[in-house]
Design a protein around this ligand. Structure first.
Ligand code: NAD
Length: 379
């Protein structure tokens, strides 16, 4: 029953979201973001919760190619605190209701949506229609249909779109991708990735409320495991079989607690992942013809730690969020690669939906039909 209701929920979410963006376009003439090299782009953060407060705003004090220029919040007291702390003028402060007026704000180039997952699609689409480039936090949305709507809105508006996959700009992760691309240890044969933490907080939090989160551990941390498996072999999976485990059903009333999944990839590579809101895990491992590589921790804000059969991987630590936002700003300003395009977020949601479908069908093998290399950024 649990799985049936999840599927029903997903299709309801997709329908609700479709109704939302079927409304009149609010595009305002002349709202196209300014272009040009050598300048710093203005970023508006939408949602001033913990990630914006403790990671993104501090990182935006270190970025070279973008800076904090505006805020969108439902809490006037928060707006006052942020204005005082970061010197944000009142003309660059928006509520969720007044948000569309951001189209007339020439100091905002990028809107960064940092809201509960079920709100990503609405605010990314409104941002695109306001003529702003968009960064959408992970997971990109709560369904593939919503990802499509975000991608289409950005394409129609002629704005750039990126997902908040900070690890794509992070040097240890890039080193893993290089080892795979250059076949340093030969062909990859097996990949394994785990991402989880023990959730004991407020049972009313949005992450445990399927309506606002779209799902539990898989939506929140599982996208890291999926990403790790993909960049550890450089391929998208072609099939998955998955299982769900519940040990604290009174706390995880509405969302998945622990999920394991086994992937098949082209060329005979196999993989496995675990994600949990009930177990701490933070690891990536690749077994190759002639060696191995590992990151542990692999997913947190760093410093990460890496090892291989030839010795350790070592890089100086920098803010991952700084690297991520500067990368996206450089993509807009200079045409450098978009390291986490919308297609990457959509691809991961295709895999998330396949995992939930497999669980709903008792662990049956589900085919994943993605075009070869879809969402994989070649550098
Ligand atoms: P949070 O709960 O700390 O903040 C959520 C913000 O949304 C708050 O300011 C809250 O007031 C606002 N909000 C507006 N409407 C709301 C509603 N109906 N219910 C609840 N909150 C509402 O969450 P967070 O940890 O900042 O996460 C926000 C987004 O960022 C999520 O999509 C999450 O997955 C993502 N995130 C990404 C990373 C990363 O490493 N990339 C890390 C943390 C969070």
């Amino acid at each position: 029953m649990k799985h049936l209701s999840r599927r029903t929920f997903s299709s309801r979410m997709a329908l609700g979201a479709a109704a939302l963006w079927a409304g009149p376009h609010l595009s305002i003439k002349g709202a196209t973001p300014r272009q040009g090299q050598g300048r710093s782009l203005g970023v508006a953060l939408v949602g001033l919760g913990s990630y914006s407060t403790y990671q993104l705003a501090p990182a935006l004090q270190q970025t070279k190619h973008c800076h904090l220029a505006g805020i969108v919040t439902g809490t006037p007291a928060k707006a006052e605190r942020w204005q005082a702390e970061y010197g944000i003028g009142k003309d660059h402060v928006y509520s969720y209701e007044s948000f569309d007026a951001i189209a007339n704000d020439p100091d905002i180039d990028i809107v960064y949506v940092v809201l509960p997952n079920s709100m990503h699609a609405e605010f990314c689409i409104r941002a695109a229609r306001a003529g702003k480039h968009v960064i959408c936090e992970k997971p990109m949305a709560v369904s593939v249909a919503e990802c499509d709507a975000i991608i289409n809105a950005c394409r129609e508006a002629g704005v750039k779109l990126s997902v908040g996959y900070r690890l794509q700009s992070e040097p240890y992760t890039q080193e893993i991708k290089r080892l795979v691309r250059e076949k340093t240890f030969g062909d990859v044969r097996f990949v394994s990735a785990d991402a989880g933490y023990i959730s004991r907080g407020n049972p009313e939090q949005w992450r445990l409320d399927r309506e606002r989160s779209g799902g539990g551990a898989l939506m929140n941390m599982g996208v890291y495991s999926i990403q790790s498996c993909i960049y550890s072999c450089g391929k998208n999976p072609i099939g998955v079989s998955a299982q769900e485990f519940s040990t604290r059903p009174e706390y995880f009333r509405d969302t998945d607690e622990t999920i394991t999944a086994q992937f098949t990839f082209p060329g005979g590579v196999v993989g496995q992942m675990m994600t949990s809101h009930n177990a701490n895990a933070n690891r990536l491992y690749g077994s190759c013809e002639a060696g191995w590589f590992e990151l542990q921790p692999a997913n947190n804000y760093g410093p990460l730690r890496g090892n291989t059969s030839k010795g350790p991987i070592e890089f100086p630590h920098e803010s991952q969020q700084k690297l991520q936002m500067d990368d996206f700003a450089r993509h807009i300003l200079e045409g450098s690669p978009n390291r986490a395009p919308g297609e990457m977020g959509r691809r991961d949601m295709v895999i998330v939906e396949a995992i939930y479908r497999s669980i709903g069908d008792g662990g049956r093998q589900i085919a994943i039909d993605l075009p070869e290399g879809y969402g994989i950024v070649k550098e």
